[in-house]
Design a protein around this ligand. Structure first.
Ligand code: ATP
Ligand code: MG
Ligand code: MG
Length: 387
């Protein structure tokens, strides 16, 4: 029995483990938390720091091939693994995704070859960079180059004084200042690319964020303009191919309101792994993003995924476990009484506000039915309406 390894024990690792086990693999998870969501369902759990030499040695001893479920695995750890085992995605691709400055440079290079470009931006690593920021980037958003997620490590800045204060507040670490854009929509595309260069993709996802955190993903007929969808898919394919990427990659896009009929695409960021906006693929597609992660890692064929049902995914954040400062249990029975609801809870015990505790996917025969059920489910759970 072959064993597949994953760096990171969060919910993405957990869903990878489920997909790997369904295909007959054993799994090993490396995560410092001995009770991590993935570690608890995995055949093996190495509970050391990500860069612990003995932990990495143990993982390699167990595993034929290794993937990652979060982008902040230390680059040195991935390099150590890659020297002795197939690692997908590879350390170089993960390094680009770990650093917004390198990531935006990669997007810009792909755009020069005829793709979709990043938002107007400037790298800020020194006081001189700060002083040289063009006025056109303000009002903007200052983002740390590394380690940000769910809108953490970002400050909205209206003018130069606010920008200087924000850079101090973020600890003068390397940052990117992005022009604040008028967003009409947010989209994402997930591709899987094999070691032989073969690529397949899922349909374009439409995402709604609240407070910088993904709240809702909708993938229904007519949800995204075909022209923008085609551009986003082509751009994602180029971004993956030019990195010689192996594995599952998600690219996030903005649709900017610029007065044109459909708006214009801008590429935001990428995740070198399955993505929250692709969780609907478990219940609404004939192959999920996690199964494709397993297949790319194991060198198995990559058939084109087919979405068989319109789908809407609602993220279940820790806030749902609290009302008026008191802990409550969300009305799962009420939600599961609705047709086409698929509940996924990650087995996390500490329901902090803003923490991703689970998600609910609603599938239906039509877009209208999915929307109607999703609204009913949101109401039963106390999730704010989104349209
Ligand atoms: P993730 O959890 O997706 O990795 P993140 O912390 O890396 O998030 P971003 O994706 O850069 O953050 O931004 C989070 C959200 O903030 C975006 O989805 C979008 O709603 C908003 N946002 C980010 N950049 C801009 C911008 N330049 N103009 C307008 N809105 C923006
Ligand atoms: Mg991000
Ligand atoms: Mg994002």
């Amino acid at each position: 029995l072959a064993t597949l390894g994953v760096m990171g024990g969060g919910q993405l690792g957990r869903m990878f483990v489920h997909a790997a086990q369904a295909l007959g693999y054993q799994t090993a998870v490396l995560d410092p938390d001995a009770t991590s969501p993935a570690g608890r369902v995995s055949d093996y759990h190495v509970a050391t720091a990500y860069d612990d030499e003995q932990g990495l040695a143990q993982l390699m001893q167990r595993c034929e091939a290794i993937t990652t479920e979060f982008e902040n695995v230390p680059a040195g750890a991935l390099a150590t693994l890659a020297a002795q085992r197939p690692v997908a995605p590879g350390p170089q691709a993960v390094a680009v995704a770990q650093d917004r400055i390198a990531e935006k440079a990669h997007f810009a290079a792909c755009a020069r070859a005829g793709g979709v470009g990043p938002a107007p931006h400037a790298a800020i690593v020194s006081p001189a960079d700060l002083a040289a920021v063009p006025d056109a980037l303000l009002p903007g958003i200052l983002k740390t180059a590394r380690l940000g997620y769910d809108g953490k490590g970002q400050v909205r800045v209206a003018d130069r004084a606010a920008l200087a204060a924000a850079w101090e507040q973020l600890g003068r670490v390397p940052c990117v200042l992005e022009q604040r854009l008028a967003l009409r929509d947010e989209l994402s595309v997930i591709v899987a690319r094999g070691a032989d260069g073969a690529q397949v993709h899922f349909p374009v996802q439409r995402n709604l964020h609240r407070d910088g955190i993904l709240a809702v993903t909708e993938v229904v007929p007519g949800g995204v303009s075909p022209v923008l969808a085609e551009q986003a898919i082509a751009a994602t394919g180029a971004i993956a191919a030019q990195l010689r990427y192996v594995g599952v990659l998600c690219v996030e896009f903005f649709v900017v309101d610029d007065g044109s009929a459909e708006g214009t695409l801008v590429v935001n960021e990428m995740a070198p792994r399955p993505h929250n906006s692709g969780h609907y693929t478990i219940d609404a597609c004939d192959v999920s993003q996690f199964e494709l992660q397993v297949r790319t890692l194991a060198g198995l064929p990559l058939p084109t995924p087919r979405q068989h049902s319109p789908a809407i995914m609602l993220n279940l954040l820790g806030d749902l476990w609290w009302r008026d400062g008191q802990p409550v249990t969300p009305d799962w029975a009420g939600v599961l009484a609705l047709p086409g609801t698929h509940l996924h809870l990650y087995g996390k015990h500490d329901a902090r506000p803003g923490r991703k505790m689970g998600h609910l996917t609603i599938t239906a025969a039509t877009a209208e039915a999915a929307q109607q059920t999703a609204r009913a489910a949101a109401e039963r759970l106390g999730i704010a309406p989104w349209r």
